[in-house]
Design a protein around this ligand. Structure first.
Ligand code: LLP
Length: 459
């Protein structure tokens, strides 16, 4: 697919009038090939914008905290992957677990994306957003018979099987429906993804997939099952990988296995190579590999097999396409530090508490050039010390009622939020050019409370 021209969100400020295309660099925009950040959240006229909309205008309309996503960034990131695989047959299946709002799914679906789902809920969301079954891949270690039935009946591109017991159940469900379902088997290549332990999946100690050493045996079983049609091999080794070497090790193993399986008589026409390409969370000092390098690596390692390639990226498409915007409630002086107490909390964005994750946190009003940074412990109002977004973080000074934006919050942000401390889920907003819309409203307190029901014996 050719690069989609996207107007550079910075074009007014840089006055170059440049049209920003996926593979071009606007030298003023601060993003493009080799640049650390690929998004459309830039300062313009002294204030942070989401594409052509001032972030403060959205805050005034929906209240804080909230998530905001950029359509242009979502499309751009999808196109980067699509272009990176343009050398052959492929389908980029967005990992919906990273961001599953239906409006986002619609944007990506319209751009040509398939979806990678891991639950009946995600499957139904994808369908509701207009994604046809033949573009939906069903992953996940614990699919229930009910979920299998739902997806077979509604239409599915393939199931990625993760264990023998699951394979047996899928075969039974398919046969009971008179169906023959396309399957891949997820192999665990025992490769160290060199990422956070909680999101590494490709080592033998992890719960995912079938050990690659046993793959031929399991494929032989699958080949005899009347409800299954083996179409390919699946692998996913982890998330937020910032080095291509573990991918290379895993994909070489998949290539070798594919040749063995073909020799065993299986028709392997599809390779699902998972997701996991990392993004720069700390703008200043991270430069993970580009999708184009990743695509070239795929071509180098498995391209000769002539298979259709599927990938399941989540974070790289949605991560830098979203901000979480929050307001400073108090600035509190501790004994040896200052606390910035925000109205957003760990229930809204759990990544720092759960993975010690770094998110750049920036003021929505552009800091004056050369301003001396302040140092804060940035925290939410929840009653536990884990509700800390950053410790001793240097950032431009801000005060009460100022807005701050958490960058790179599009992936695993809203989807992992909860109502802990009875804090209603925060709204999600989608921007496209100069327009924005609420794509999930903040529930009222009444709506939140009304979901509880009182047993008769207590009323
Ligand atoms: N495919 C499979 C089978 C996966 O398990 C995952 C992510 C993906 C694709 C997408 O990976 P991505 O391209 O987004 O890295 N909550 C954690 C991340 C969990 C990732 C789980 N699996 C976080 O906030 O960092």
């Amino acid at each position: 697919m050719p690069a989609i021209p996207i107007r550079c969100a910075h074009f007014r400020a840089c006055k170059s009038g440049l049209v920003f295309a996926c593979d071009l660099i606007c030298p003023k925009a601060g993003f493009g090939q080799g640049s650390p950040r690929l998004d459309h959240f830039l300062y313009r006229d002294g204030a942070l914008f989401a594409e052509d909309v001032p972030v403060a205008e959205i805050a005034a309309a929906v209240g804080t905290p909230f998530y905001v996503y950029s359509t242009a960034t979502l499309k751009r990131h999808f196109a980067l992957f699509d272009d990176a695989l343009a050398w052959g047959d492929h389908l980029v299946c967005f990992a919906m677990k990273s961001l599953s709002n239906q409006a986002v799914i619609k944007v990506l679906g319209d751009a040509g994306a398939g979806m990678d789902v891991v639950s009946a809920g995600e499957y139904l969301r994808a369908k509701a957003a207009g994604i046809p079954g033949e573009k939906i891949v069903f992953s996940g270690v614990g699919k229930t018979a009910e979920e299998m039935r739902l997806a077979i009946t509604g239409g599915i591109r393939q199931f990625n099987i993760e264990s023998e017991p699951e394979m047996i159940v899928l075969d039974q469900v398919a046969q009971s429906l008179g169906a023959v379902v396309p399957v891949t088997i997820r192999v665990n290549p025992d490769v160290d993804a060199k990422t956070h332990a909680k999101i590494a999946t490709g080592k033998s100690e992890n719960k995912f997939g079938i050990p690659i050493s046993r793959a031929r045996e399991v494929y032989a079983m699958a080949g005899k099952m009347a409800g299954l049609k083996v179409v390919g091999v699946d692998v996913h080794i982890g998330s937020q990988l910032t080095d291509l070497a573990p991918f290379e090790a895993a994909y070489n193993k998949v290539a070798e296995l594919t040749e063995q399986l073909r020799a065993d008589g299986h028709e392997i026409t599809r390779l699902d190579l998972g997701g996991g390409l990392g993004i720069p969370y700390a703008r200043s000092n991270e430069a993970p590999p580009l999708p184009s390098d990743y695509g070239a690596l795929i071509q180098r390692t498995v391209g000769h097999l002539g298979c259709e390639i599927e990938i399941e990226p989540g974070r790289l498409i949605s991560g830098n396409a979203g901000l979480m915007v929050s307001k400073v409630i108090y600035v509190k002086s501790g004994e040896d530090r200052e606390f910035l107490i925000l109205d957003g909390a760990m229930n809204d964005l759990i990544r720092p508490a759960m993975y010690e994750a770094w998110h750049d946190i920036v003021p929505v009003i552009e800091p004056a050039p050369g301003v001396e940074p302040a140092k804060y412990d940035i925290v939410g109002p929840i009653c536990e010390s884990g509700d800390t977004f950053a410790k001793a973080r240097e950032m431009p000074p801000v005060g009460v009622d100022d807005l701050v934006a958490f960058r790179s919050a599009g992936a695993y942000g809203a989807v992992m939020s909860s109502e802990y401390n009875s804090r209603p889920l925060i709204p999600e907003v989608l921007v496209d050019g100069d327009q924005f819309a609420v794509i999930r409203a903040r529930p009222t307190y009444e709506e939140m409370i009304a979901r509880d029901t009182m047993p008769e014996w207590l009323s």
